[in-house]
Write a protein that binds this ligand. Structure first.
Ligand SMILES: Nc1nc2c(ncn2[C@@H]2O[C@H](COP(=O)(O)OP(=O)(O)OP(=O)(O)O)[C@@H](O)[C@H]2O)c(=O)[nH]1
Ligand SMILES: [Mg+2]
Length: 299
C-alpha cells in the first residue's frame, strides 16, 4: 500500500533580515519574493509552492516580526505574519546562526503560542566561523522549544535544504495537493513587477532613505510586438526623498529602471519597456487609505 499524500501550509516566520525570503526562493527554485540586505523588506504574505513525490508544501513567506511597530504599515506587516501563522499547519522559525535578539525571542513566543508543529531553521551557517562554533549554537537553540526538527542551513548557498523538506513533508496533514503542480505562487506578475522595482530601489538607496517607498504599477499593456509596456509610480513620503530617489541628473532612477527592466525581462519572459515616475504622498505609511490603495491590507 502506498503512503497517503500530504499537503498543507507552512509559515516561514522570524525577525526581519534572517533570510526567510531567500529561503523561500531557494525552496521554490525561482524568485517569488524579493530580498535585500535591509530589514523589513517583505511587506506581504507571499505564497511559494513546492511539490514533491507524494507531498506538496505551500510556504507562506511573511514580513519579519518586529517590535516598536508604531506606523500603520508596520502594524499591517506584523498582522500579515501572525495571520499566516494562524493559517498554517507547520511553522518554520528562521533565525540567524550568528545572532540572537529580542525580536527572535518575540518570534519564538508567537510560534509557541500557535501550538502547531515547528521546525527551527538556523540560517546563514556559511557565516559561522570557525565551524566548531555551530555545534553549541545548535545545542542551545534546540532547547528553546520542542521543535520537530532543527536544521542548520545556508539559504543563500542552497545548502542542506533536503532535510528541511523531509521534516516538513512528514509533518503535513494527509491531504490532496492544494495547487496544480505547475503553480508556484498566487501573486500576479503585476505584483512581482512592483516588488522587483522596490527591490532594485532599496538596493540603490542604501541608508539614505528609510522604509517609506512603495511601488504601484499604473499601466500594464501588452504591445502588438510582444513587448510589455509598464508605467510604475514610486511613492515616497516627502519631497526631499523624491530628490534622493531621482538622483543627480536622474542617474539613480535611470539605473534602478535599468536593473528592474533586465530582471523583469527574465522573470516575465518577454521584453519589458519600463517607465518610472516618482510622486510624493505625505506620510503614506500612516494613512489607511493609502495603505489600502498600495495593497497593504495585512495579508
Ligand atoms: N551569508 C548569508 N546571507 C544570507 C543567507 N540567507 C539570506 N542572506 C542574506 O540576508 C539578507 C536578508 O535576506 P532576506 O531573505 O531578505 O531576509 P528576510 O528574513 O526575508 O527579511 P525581511 O523580509 O526583512 O523580514 C540578504 O542580504 C540575504 O542575501 C545565507 O544563508 N547566508
Ligand atoms: Mg523577506
Amino acid at each position: 500500500m502506498s503512503e497517503a499524500h500530504r499537503a498543507g501550509f507552512v509559515a516561514l516566520v522570524g525577525r526581519p533580515n534572517v533570510g526567510k525570503s531567500t529561503l523561500l526562493n531557494a525552496l521554490v527554485g525561482q524568485k517569488v519574493s524579493i530580498v535585500t540586505p535591509k530589514p523589513q523588506t517583505t511587506r506581504h504574505r507571499i505564497l511559494g509552492v513546492v511539490t514533491g513525490e507524494g507531498w506538496q508544501a505551500s510556504f507562506l513567506d511573511t514580513p519579519g516580526l518586529h517590535g516598536n511597530a508604531r506606523r500603520q504599515l508596520n502594524r499591517a506587516m506584523n498582522r500579515a505574519a501572525l495571520g499566516s501563522l494562524a493559517e498554517a499547519h507547520v511553522a518554520v522559525l528562521v533565525v540567524d546562526g550568528d545572532r540572537w535578539t529580542d525580536e527572535d525571542e518575540t518570534a519564538l513566543a508567537r510560534v509557541k503560542d500557535s501550538g502547531i508543529p515547528a521546525v527551527l531553521v538556523i540560517n546563514k551557517v556559511d557565516r559561522v566561523r570557525p565551524r566548531e562554533r555551530l555545534l553549541p549554537v545548535i545545542e542551545r537553540l534546540s532547547k528553546l522549544h520542542d521543535f520537530i526538527a532543527v536544521v542548520p542551513l545556508s539559504a543563500r548557498r542552497e545548502q542542506n535544504l533536503a532535510p528541511l523538506l523531509a521534516a516538513i513533508s512528514a509533518a503535513l496533514p494527509e491531504c490532496e495537493a492544494i495547487y496544480p503542480e505547475d503553480q508556484v505562487t498566487d501573486r500576479s506578475e503585476r505584483f512581482l513587477a512592483a516588488e522587483v522595482i522596490r527591490e532594485k530601489l532599496t538596493l540603490a538607496v542604501h541608508e539614505e532613505l528609510p522604509y517609506g517607498i512603495s511601488v504601484e504599477i499604473e499601466r500594464w499593456e501588452e504591445q502588438e510586438d510582444g513587448r510589455l509596456a509598464l508605467n510604475a509610480i514610486i511613492w515616497v513620503e516627502r519631497d526631499g526623498q523624491k530628490k534622493i530617489v531621482i538622483g543627480e541628473g536622474g542617474a539613480r532612477l535611470k539605473s534602478v529602471g535599468r536593473a528592474a527592466r533586465l530582471e523583469l525581462n527574465e522573470l516575465l519572459g518577454r521584453r519589458v519597456h519600463l517607465e518610472l515616475w516618482v510622486k510624493v504622498r505625505e506620510d503614506w505609511a500612516d494613512n489607511e487609505a493609502a495603505l489600502r490603495q498600495f495593497g497593504y491590507d495585512g495579508t
